[in-house]
Design a protein around this ligand. Structure first.
Ligand code: GRF
Length: 195
């Protein structure tokens, strides 16, 4: 069975959605959750779900490369086949990405190629977009730019603020990411479009 490690930096709600879906569907095995932030709430959530956890604090390393070498060492014993970045807020070097290219997925809270990078909801609202959403893509060395595996659209509503839009998008993320991982594990690569 395909072994999936999930990288987080924060609350881990996407991690939880992925883990619960794997535990329910049996299509893949969540073997490890790794955070670069020791206080990440997602570490507690992962442990509560019975998933082994590790923490590699990026602040403890002088360079990105040193951090990534420690990250690789933390991942190795779990022998993951697939990495899912889920609210993981570190930019990975091209070297690390190349070692995992084709087997590393990320979820981004916008309809890429619109709004790569940060503050996506603020930007969608400022642009007056009628809709927003999220994208799951394969990770390539260029930030937020790899082949799209799935997108979920949500309406922008009058009076929306970044937090209200983020909450609506997050709900869609929790639907999209597990569904995309199921298809990915099954070898499907055609983009999934939700709703
Ligand atoms: C989500 O908006 C996700 O798209 C972004 O990080 C945010 C928090 O995700 N990458 P989570 O609750 O930690 O999964």
């Amino acid at each position: 069975m395909r072994r999936v490690a999930i990288l987080i930096s924060g609350g881990g709600s996407n991690m939880e959605a992925l883990v619960r879906d794997m535990q329910a569907g049996g299509h893949a095995d969540p073997v490890l959750v790794v955070s670069n932030v020791p206080a990440a709430g997602g570490l507690v959530r992962a442990a509560a779900l019975g998933v082994p956890t590790a923490c590699v604090d990026h602040r403890a390393f002088p360079t990105r490369e040193a951090f990534e070498s420690a990250l690789a060492a933390a991942l190795a014993p779990a022998a993951p086949d697939i990495l899912c970045l889920a609210g993981f807020m570190r930019i990975l070097t091209a070297g690390f990405v190349r070692r995992w290219q084709g087997r590393m997925l990320n979820i981004h809270p916008s309809l890429l190629p619109k709004y790569p990078g940060l503050h996506t909801h603020e930007r969608a609202l400022a642009a007056g977009d009628a809709e927003a959403g999220c994208t799951v893509h394969l990770v390539t060395p260029e930030l937020d730019s790899g082949p799209v595996l799935g997108q979920g659209r949500v309406p922008v509503r009058p009076g929306d603020t970044p937090p209200t839009l983020a909450a609506r998008v997050l709900e869609m993320e929790h639907r999209l990411y597990p569904a995309v991982l199921r298809r990915f594990v099954a070898g499907e690569r055609a983009p999934l479009l939700l709703p």
